[in-house]
Design a protein around this ligand. Structure first.
Ligand SMILES: [Zn+2]
Length: 106
């Protein structure tokens, strides 16, 4: 399961994009959004690196297991994150970071 979801980090056809604001669900601003219509995963800016990493995993778990409940998806994302090697966490963190935030000013 970990390998399958982590492989999605590399294989996903979704663009990963970043937004300051995402829709609210039940009064809470969501951290991430899987947007199949536009082939993209949205991640909210302003979260910590760990939160963004887990959010990206969360959206990829949705992609792997579309029938799972929100609760199961989140547990799975945290479970995987806790078991990743440091180098895999670094790759995930890189993908879950807005390039605009790390760009060197011209
Ligand atoms: Zn979700």
């Amino acid at each position: 399961m970990i390998a399958q979801v982590f492989q999605e980090v590399f294989d996903t056809s979704y663009d990963i994009t970043f937004r300051d604001r995402l829709p609210r669900l039940a009064g809470c601003q969501v951290s991430g959004w899987l947007d199949p219509v536009n082939d993209r995963i949205l991640i909210r800016r302003g979260l910590s690196l760990e939160e963004r990493s887990i959010t990206l995993l969360h959206e990829l778990v949705h992609q792997c297991y579309p029938d799972w409940s929100e609760e199961d998806v989140e547990s799975c994302a945290v479970y995987i994150y806790d078991r990743l090697a440091e180098e895999d966490k670094a790759i995930l963190g890189f993908l879950a970071t807005d390039p605009a935030e790390t760009a060197i000013a011209a």
